[in-house]
Each structure stands twice: as structure tokens, then as C-alpha cells.
Design a protein around this ligand. Sequence first.
Ligand SMILES: Cc1ncc(COP(=O)(O)O)c(C=O)c1O
Length: 398
Amino acid sequence: MKLAARVGRITPSPTLAMTATAKAMAAQGLDVVDFSSGEPDFDTPEPVKAAAEAAIRDGFTKYTPSSGIDELRQAIIDKLQHEHGLRYEKPQILVSCGAKHSLYNLAEAFLEAGDEIIIPTPYWVSYADQALLNDATPVLLPTSESSGYAINADDLRRLVTPRTKAIIVNSPCNPTGATYDRKTLQAIADIAVRHKLLIISDEIYEKILYDGATHMSIATLSPEVAAQTVIINGVSKAYAMTGWRIGYAAGPKDLLTAMANIQSQSTSNPCSISQKAAVAALKLGGPFTEKMVAEFDRRRKVMVDRLNRIPGVACRMPTGAFYAFPNISGILGRRGPAGPIRSPHELAQYLLKDIHVAVVPGEPFGSQEHIRLSYATSMQSIERGLDRMAAAIGNFVA
Ligand SMILES: Cc1ncc(COP(=O)(O)O)c(C=O)c1O
């Protein structure tokens, strides 16, 4: 069968693929420790479930307006006003089936053949593939681990060409766990404003912060910056609602209208019941997320400490999100029981097959030296998984 050429440019999401493999192995009865999954292990809060149950009972089970129900769009407007001091009107808000879908609508509405989009690297796996699916070219902006993955303004400026249309800002970042300070955001915004680039600010991990790190939306820097920014967010991570599939975009009216039109011709509305649940989530306030983050914090410290005790592994302490992103270059070239480990991919394959620990290799995030482990899993799993990794990697021979 002759498929569309665009399909040949992408691969299935490697994080979802690794999680699916780990789940399939566990279903066969294997004792798998899964560090691959990008979702909180906490249960969705009770008031959110109650709102969904009420929606089902009340027959709120039909099509809704394609861009989302008024109540939810208003709750998003109120959140952005209350937490960031940003003002949006309803036509500037689009509710979609997860932040990933929001980003996809945006890519489809904004990018075309020949366009370039700058993506600071390491990056979340879907940014580049969504650009490729829409015939645009991802232009990777390397950042260094030693500088905490901060963006260097000169490096960014050098990558801007007449074809550059947008830049991605993802703070806190998946996979590095880095957070950008005001100075970094200002430097990015200055370049974006000067060259009229759209800023795509993926703020899905905004509430998952540690060690006193704070989140600042780049759109709050000035009205001029806000006019060139699309904020992407959702309820998946902050409210343990990954399966409910509710994300949203907020930004310039003409762009958001185009995205809404695409959605109306593709998926129509996101699930009616999930929208009611998302309203309840946004009204929850801080306690649920704060409790979850306090627990992630405990696990983060244990995981990073345990990783750093494995010879050849060096892990920075992340200040946001829920991933450790250890540098494993000290292991590369050593021999495991099944042969040499030459890449993060080979290490991840070895860990999965031989010791049943699922991690995501760095390559799809744009790194040849790292693996990603989620600590949004129980402390017991962290201890077990790291015991296995330390024993196995400790036996590699130089
Ligand atoms: C950086 C980043 N953005 C967006 C998403 C998509 O989130 P969702 O589609 O569940 O709202 C994820 C999920 O892993 C993510 O890590």
C-alpha cells in the first residue's frame, strides 16, 4: 500500500512504545520495574471523579461545542488571569484531547513546507515529529548539561533564518527537569519579538517544581510577548489525569480560530465527561498537587542519589517535572553480559531484557549520552529498580 510520504518521516512515540512493552512483559508475569511512563502514579482526585460521575448521570454525554464547553474555557481564563495575570477572551482558548493534541492542532495550523521551528535540545519527543508531519523542519538548539540546559542567546540567534517561524519553550522540561529563570525567558522573548517568531510555551509541568524553583510563563513578560505566544497546558500531570485527555491552548485569536477550525473538522470536541472533570480539577486549588509534588520530591532525591552511586553514571538534580536524566557516557564502551553497550538505546534494551527495568533511551530526546527515568512511581519500585541497575551495571567490564 502506498502511504502518504509524511508517515515515513516519523516513528511511533518511543516513550509510549517502551511503556507498552513494559506493560506487555508484566502481563506475561515478569517482574518489571517501569521507569518509562510519563504519568503520575497517583489516583485522580475524588472530586474530579465525582464531577465525571455526575456528568454521566446527568446525561452530559453528547457532543459539546467543538472548542470545549464554556464552563471549562471560562475556568481556564480564570486560571490564567488568577495565576499569571494574563487576560484572554473565549475565542483565544481551545480545549483539546490532551496537550499533545493542542500542540498538534497548532503545528497543523501554523507550519508548512519550508518552515523551520527551533527546538531546544534535549526535547520532548513529539515536538520534532509533529513538525515533520506538517512538512516543516525541526532545527535543534543544543543546550549543555553543565549550564543546567540553559538557552544561550547567541546560539539561538545564530539559528534564526528567514524561514524560522517558531520556537518551543518547555519549562519545566521533559526530559531534563530543567526550569528556565526570568533572564533566560527574557532573552528568548527578545529574539522572538525581534524576528517575529511564535513562542510555543509548553507549561504542562508548571506545578511540578522543587527546591524553591518557581514557574513563570514567558507570556507574562510583556503584552507584546503575550501577543506572540501560545500557552499549552492541560490537566494530565498536575491532577493525575493522563487518561482523561484534556489539554488546552491559549493565544492569539486568529491562530486559535484556525486551530479550532481544524479541530472541528478532525476530532470535534474532547470527551464531554472529561471536560466536566477538568472543570472540577481546575477548581481544586493547590493541596492535591502539592501533596503529590512533596512525594515526588522524596523519590527524586532517592533516585538521583542512587543513580549517582553507580560508577559511570552522573545525574543532575532536576528542579521540575518528574524525570531523572542521568548521563551514562561513562558506561558506553563497556561490556555487558550480551555484548558491548555502545549507546543509550543499547543500554535501555539490555536493562529491559536482562534485568526487566524499563527506561527510555536518550536518542529520541536528542541525546546520545542519557537515559530518562520517571520517578512518578513508588519508592519501593525505585529501590528495587535501582538495586538491579547498580548490580548489573557494576558488573560491566571495561
Ligand atoms: C512536555 C510535554 N508536553 C506535552 C505532553 C502531553 O500531555 P497530554 O497530552 O497528556 O496533556 C507531555 C506528556 O508527556 C509532555 O511531557
